[in-house]
Every structure is written in C-alpha cells, then in structure tokens.
Design a protein around this ligand. Structure first.
Ligand SMILES: Cc1cc2nc3c(=O)[nH]c(=O)nc-3n(C[C@H](O)[C@H](O)[C@H](O)COP(=O)(O)O)c2cc1C
Length: 189
C-alpha cells in the first residue's frame, strides 16, 4: 500500500431525503446536495416516496426535510420515519450524522416544531445530530441564515414559482449547510 493509499480518507456518503409537493423544499434539498458534492461527498437525493433503504443504510450522513404543515412535519415524512422502525430496533443507524431542514410559507410558521420532530427522530435512532452553526448575516432575502435558526435549516418560500422563491440567501445557506455536514464527517475520520 502506498503512502497515499494509507492516508486517503474514504468518500463520505450522504443521503438527502425530502418531501416536497410543490417543489420549494426540493429546491432547498438540491442546494444541500450541491454543497455536499462540492465538499467531495457521494450524494443521493431521494424523494420520500422513492427511498432506497439499502443506500440509506450505507450512508454516513442522513439529511431529512419537508415543508411545514400546520406547525408540524408532513405525514409523508412521518410515514418514512415510521417505516424505519426495524432499523430503530436493530440500531442500524446509530452513529450516523443526522440533520434537518424545513421550508414554510411563514417567516416563523412554527418551523421550529418540524426541526424538533426530525431531531427527536434522529435521537431515537441514536444518530449524531448536527445543527446549523452559521451566524445570521442579516434578515434580508440575500442573507445567510436570515431566520436565525440553529437547530437546523429553515427556509421560507412565498406563494410563487420555484424559480423565484425561496430567495437566494436561503439557497446559499443550504449550500453551506451541505458542505458543513460533509466537513464534520471528514474531520472526524
Ligand atoms: C396544508 C398546509 C399547511 C401549511 N401549514 C404551514 C405552516 O404551519 N407554517 C408555514 O410556515 N407554512 C405552512 N404552509 C405552507 C407550506 O409550508 C409551503 O407552501 C411549503 O413549504 C411549500 O413547499 P413545497 O413547494 O416543497 O411543497 C402550509 C401549506 C399547506 C398546503
């Protein structure tokens, strides 16, 4: 084995599982993927209706997100959580890094409850939760972490096409979040 082989770190594997009936949350998910890929990870983006459980099992990092509905996560993401119960029993996902994101129509919209639900799900599995560490740069649509969320990523979309909302700052925050999560794993290897 060469020196290079000995020191090389295996590629971090990331899965991003999302639910997104109208595409805004999907756009956020795609930006998380972009950041993770830029950081050198192998990334799998999965709609919650098309989860590949084997690929999920192999991943180092699991990022989950959905829109905020009635101050809660969506039933589709909840169903995914319940479908994971055999893995919970077997402790299959223990030690994976987990993180969450949610998109809502409101500035608050009670998005925090969704992140708390995803967080608790990750804790049930014994995963290692990562929050979002970025200091808000301001509150405009161009700012990073404009909603000052630290438990996970919060984004906000208006009632308009995915071409124009969520705004640039939210999407940039998503890119940074994806890269950050991969860095966490790389630094712990
Ligand atoms: C049934 C329903 C409930 C909603 N409840 C909330 C809510 O509690 N808070 C909020 O900020 N937005 C709420 N919204 C707005 C959605 O969060 C927003 O339209 C969604 O994030 C768009 O995501 P998507 O394009 O990925 O489907 C609600 C929308 C629907 C359809």
């Amino acid at each position: 084995m060469s020196v290079t082989d000995q020191t090389s770190v295996s590629q971090v594997k990331v899965c991003v599982v999302y639910h997104s009936p109208y595409g805004h949350t999907a756009k956020v998910a795609q930006h998380i993927v972009q950041g993770a890929e830029k950081a050198g990870a192998e990334v799998h983006l999965m709609a919650v209706s098309e989860v590949d459980w084997d690929v999920l099992d192999q991943s180092d990092i699991l990022v989950m997100g959905c829109p905020t509905y009635m101050g809660s996560l969506t039933s589709a993401l909840k169903q995914f959580m319940e479908q994971s119960s055999k893995r919970w029993l077997a402790r299959s996902w223990q030690g994976k890094i987990a993180a969450g994101f949610t998109n809502g129509g409101g500035l608050s919209g009670d998005k925090l409850a969704v992140l708390q639900q995803i967080n608790l799900f990750a804790m049930q599995h014994g995963m290692l939760w990562s929050g979002l560490p970025f200091m808000p740069t301001g509150r405009s649509p161009h700012d990073i972490n404009r909603m000052s969320s630290f438990l996970g990523l919060m984004t906000q979309s208006d009632n308009a096409s995915v071409e124009v909302t969520p705004p640039e700052g939210d999407l940039e925050t998503a890119v940074k979040f994806g890269a950050y999560l991969v860095g966490l794993k790389q630094n712990s290897a």
